[in-house]
Write a protein that binds this ligand. Sequence first.
Ligand SMILES: Nc1nc2c(c(=O)[nH]1)N[C@H]1C(S)=C(S)[C@@H](COP(=O)(O)O)O[C@H]1N2
Ligand SMILES: [Mo]
Length: 243
Amino acid sequence: MALSDDAGLPPGQREHPEFPRFGHTAFADRFPAQPDRVQLVIDGDLRRPLQIGTDWATLPRSEQVSDFHCVTTWSRRGLRWGGVRFADFWHWLAQQQAGVDPAATLVVMRDEDGYRSALPLADLLAADVLLADRLDGAPLPIAHGAPLRLVAPAHYGYKSVKHLKRISFERDDGRYKPVGPAFMAHPRARVALEERGQGLPGWLLRHLYRPLIGPTARRFAQALARHEAGAAPHAGAGSEVRR
Ligand SMILES: Nc1nc2c(c(=O)[nH]1)N[C@H]1C(S)=C(S)[C@@H](COP(=O)(O)O)O[C@H]1N2
Ligand SMILES: [Mo]
């Protein structure tokens, strides 16, 4: 295979010229009611459900630079995230304070509007999985998941829930229903193994998904521009949409 600009990226991925606001189009017009402060519910199979607010600031903080890979084949390299490692969140809050049952090995993450994803706890304990509230030296913008999002670089972007509001620890008993059609959701979605979906090979899904990148990114950018115009009528140049 010839060397290209995409050398070093995982199978089927191509570098995107920007970092778009992106996702399932059903969620393009949904925005967090309170993008400025972390409010997180921890529940599920555990002794004591928790409501995390100001105590978020007491957790140990980490920074990392990582690449981001969307299942539709666009990638961004070298994003600098700041936040709390999922492993630290697990240790200090989920285990120590909430007392998660050891059999609850499926972690379901949700935003307030119905977007959700799930990963095995073991995947989330990897050293490069972050609950991020900062991006490139600034507070996480609404476009990329304010006030808090997951960052799991080894898994396709659809696992990295934005506007995170609730983390539930559950038994993996087959009751969890992913967002959207079943073929689009792989239980692990590992980028290196091209686990884009279920029942269809990754290389086939590459070709089905790739034409959706442009229209989806435009749809999400327009929705954000409308949202910002409504929320801040005098935002002026700041609300301009970059292509
Ligand atoms: N709340 C929410 N989180 C979401 C999505 C979404 O539509 N809503 N889309 C997912 C998908 S498919 C991708 S690729 C990434 C995109 O993150 P970005 O908007 O920061 O590029 O968010 C993921 N998390
Ligand atoms: Mo995605």
